[in-house]
Design a protein. Structure first.
Length: 175
């Protein structure tokens, strides 16, 4: 019998997220100069900062290259940020080698086809509820939230609650 996704939460020590379609709603605004502008959910930001402060490895692997995204994530305390990563498997292996990670301790949240190879390797593949069907099919957890609308907060809060690390610490700096 397949394990419930909740049985994985206590052992997760590394969270890997895609950006577009997970931390954002996947819509980009194209400015007159060609710059692509994204929006991120502040509640997801709070959860990311809380996860970092709780000692979890939080990592980003994204095909996008927006430096504003990098600055936002660095301001949340995230150190492992791979932008412009079209070969996500390569970056995943860099992370697993660097931190000596075991698949059962890793969560990956993605939403589209480029995320499939990494999601097949991790212990807890998950996705927002508006992910493409191929991603939903291989996910052990599908958030009831859409990308950019709290799906990251949803899974982080569940993990931290199970691990006893969601303690109402409202002093975290997240903006």
């Amino acid at each position: 019998m397949e394990k419930s996704y909740k049985q994985y939460l206590a052992n997760i020590n590394t969270l890997i997220f895609d950006v577009d379609g997970v931390l954002t709603n996947g819509i980009v605004t194209i400015m007159p100069d060609g710059q692509l502008v994204r929006q991120m959910n502040i509640k997801d930001g709070y959860a990311l900062k809380t996860a970092v402060d709780a000692g979890l490895n939080v990592c980003i692997i994204s095909g996008g290259k927006n430096e504003g995204v990098r600055i936002r994530l660095q301001n949340l305390g995230i150190k492992d940020i791979y932008l412009g990563a079209h070969d996500k498997i390569e970056k995943y292996h860099e992370l697993t080698d660097m931190y000596n990670l075991q698949p059962e301790n890793v969560l990956y949240m993605g939403d589209d086809i480029p995320d499939v190879p990494v999601m097949k390797l991790v212990g807890l593949p998950c996705c927002p509820n508006d992910a493409v069907s191929e991603i939903q099919h291989i996910s052990k957890y599908i958030s009831d939230k859409k990308g950019g609308e709290g799906c990251v907060r949803d899974i982080i809060e569940q993990i931290l609650r199970v691990q006893g690390k969601w303690d109402g610490n409202f002093d975290a700096k997240y903006d």
